[in-house]
Design a protein around this ligand. Sequence first.
Ligand code: AMP
Length: 397
Amino acid sequence: MNILVINCGSSSLKYQLINMKNEEVLAKGLAERIGIYGSRLKHTPKDGDSVIVEGAMPSHKDAVKYVLDALMNKEYGVISSTDEINAVGHRVVHGGEEFNKSTLLTDDVLEAVEKCSDLAPLHNPANLIGINACKELMPETPMVGVFDTAFHQTMPEKAFLYGIPYEYYEKHKIRRYGFHGTSHSFVSKRTAEILGKDIEDLKIVVCHLGNGASICAVDGGKSVDTSMGLTPLEGLIMGTRSGDIDPAIIEFLYKKEKLNLEEIMNILNKKSGALGISQVSSDFRDIEEEMDKGNKQAKTTMDVYAYRVAKYVGSYAAAMNGIDAIVFTAGLGENNKDVRKEICDYLEFLGVDVDDEKNNCRGIEKDFSKDGAKVRSLVVPTNEELMIAQETKEIVQ
Ligand code: AMP
């Protein structure tokens, strides 16, 4: 069984074709600049070099056509017809309270997903465009939606309610939803496997530290709290997002800088976080380079970042009455030993104890705790595409 995994953004489309017999990636790629000048597809078949296909992609449907053509290309393709795609798994960012698990995308379900667009106006419409484009081009192929929010639907009310009038939850469903659920779920399951324990018996904190970053308390395999909220803006300091701030800052900026709401939200989403504090870059590789040159602001950025993550881990240890493992994943979590070390050093009181030599690793599964440490510290690379494919397979079967 081959499953095509699609992750559709407003002007991009990422894909992987996975053979579910052995979970091998047959091909993967990215269509960029959809709907604007200079669109192109980068396609990488297994055991082959990447190819760049340039051509007009005025719509997502065109992009999907390019993807299918590349997958079936005589030279660099990996299948001979779309019949060899048995199902398509789509990443859908927001499933609201409607969806607590992955779902077959019937017309009724798509209508419900559209209703969630209010909650994720930047993401859900793009996801829907991708789904509809695939449905048009492969009408007989089952499509499954895998929601970023679904894993967090197990959070109790005390974790998901905000301290604002309850009527806003009742009327508008304003509450914490959380994101990166596919990653938190995948990584926590894999952690239990690595530790050779039943996930039901584990209290795990997963730190998904990428350009977008969130942290999740996983108790007995279930999400009980997470740092992102109604939108992905809340929580940790991110590449360009502020994470938690005093909400009154919005009014303050409005008055002092004469900015309107749209401009302020743009600053909080796109010009804040690591980029905003460091004034260097949203990418921690650049920030580290500046640190090495003695840039104090870059060092401050790293300190603010690590401190915020450590505070969240501490609060989740309180929420779960202890933790057994802290796990790092995504670009920064998997690759940056200094950030991991700085965070873990705050957590010695919990029983976290890092082996610096073992921590000197990148992008591989590793338990980097000292032998005998009470709380295990691990790197577990995330694989959201594989998780989407696994969920899709389960549903279509
Ligand atoms: P992501 O959104 O998961 O791609 O993560 C992006 C962040 O991860 C950026 O801040 C990068 O600095 C960091 N990152 C990604 N790859 C590496 C790498 N190979 N070495 C160090 N940092 C990396």
